[in-house]
Every structure is written in structure tokens, then in C-alpha cells.
Design a protein around this ligand. Sequence first.
Ligand code: DX5
Ligand code: ZN
Length: 218
Amino acid sequence: MIAPSILAADFARLADEADAVRTADWLHVDMMDGHFVPNLTIGLPVVESLRKATDLPLDCHLMIDDPDRWAPGYAEVGAANVTIHAEAAHDPVQTARAIHAAGALAGLAVDRDTPLEPYLDILREFDTLLVMTIKAGFGGQEFIPALLDKVRLGRRHVAAGHLRMFIEVDGGIAEDTIVAAAEAGADVFVAGSAVYGADDPGKAVEALRERARAAMPR
Ligand code: DX5
Ligand code: ZN
């Protein structure tokens, strides 16, 4: 699945920008609070409005402190997937259950410097593992190939039947880097600059999907 990140879109025209990527599978929405990450973006009211403006499933990535408190609210307003950061959550299992109870899929994200091993057990409670392929906080950064080791580890656990989850990559994904991410075992690809920086964002989504599909192990 391809999930364009509206962080790279024109925030004054979000409905049009969502429409421009209707060829996508999910629409990725980055919440940043100026605390968990230094950057500040958008929050719940914008997600609520976007929900009415597009049929695309909303993939909400919460780069915020105390996600335990705020995450279920995103599910309540109709997000399809709500991802919290492992580094920020106090009780990730309880929060995953609250997200599920409110009707959404639950995701767990690991930032650049966070190992995956300590979280393998609790991933049973989640539907999505989001592996950051940059340091969370800003779009337009360079992809870090070494972080794909976490994708490979997650994929091995899925292949062995220990876990069932989407494996999503976020950061620096473009036509060149998506190949390595797909080969490593990712199956959801977030792309901001590579989609909204293109002349035709809809076509950019399709090109990314083709590249990933060709590279994915069978
Ligand atoms: C950054 C966000 C990403 C960002 C990716 O912390 O989580 O979703 O939009 O942007 P690109 O694709 O430009 O790296
Ligand atoms: Zn993101």
C-alpha cells in the first residue's frame, strides 16, 4: 500500500491535496506536538475535517507525548489506523486496546534510535509496525538504509507466524529507496516529498506502487 504524507502537501488546500492522491491506499497524516518532536503540525480537528473531505482511509501517525491520552480520539473521529510511538507511550498495550475499542487499527512506531527487540512481544496487540527510516520530525530527510534491519526482523516474525501486522516504512521513501524497503519486507510505504513534490502526485503514487510490487518478495 502507498500512503502519501500530507505533511508535504499545501495545508491551505487539504481537500484538493487528498483528491490529488485518490490513487493511493491510505492517506498518512502526521501529528507533531513540538515536544515529542521539535516540529509542530496539526491535530484532531484537522483529522475530523479531512475525514469528511476524502474517502481515503486516514493513517494517523502521532508524534506526540502522552499518546495514551489522545490516540483513541483519532479512532473516534474515523481514522483507519492510529499509530503511537513506542518511546512516548506509557501503556502501549492498553492504548492499542482503546484504539481498537474505538474502531481503528492500532500501530506502534519505532524511531531511528529505538531497537525493535524489546517490543516484539507487545506487537501481538498491534496491526501495524511503523519503522521510521529517518529521525521522526521533518519531511524531506535522507533515507537511512541501515534501519531496514528492523523491517527484516519484523518480517521474519510475521513469516514465522509469531506476528500478524502490516510493516510500514516512513521517511525518505522515493522511487529509488522504495525498492530496498520492499525487498526488506515492508508492505506499506509512506511518501511525502516524493508524491507531493511530483508534477502529478497521482501518477507518482502509481509509479511507487509498481516499483514496490516488483521488488516485494513472494
Ligand atoms: C516525518 C513524518 C513523515 C514525513 C515523510 O517525521 O513522519 O511521514 O512526512 O516525508 P518524506 O517522505 O518527505 O521523507
Ligand atoms: Zn509519518
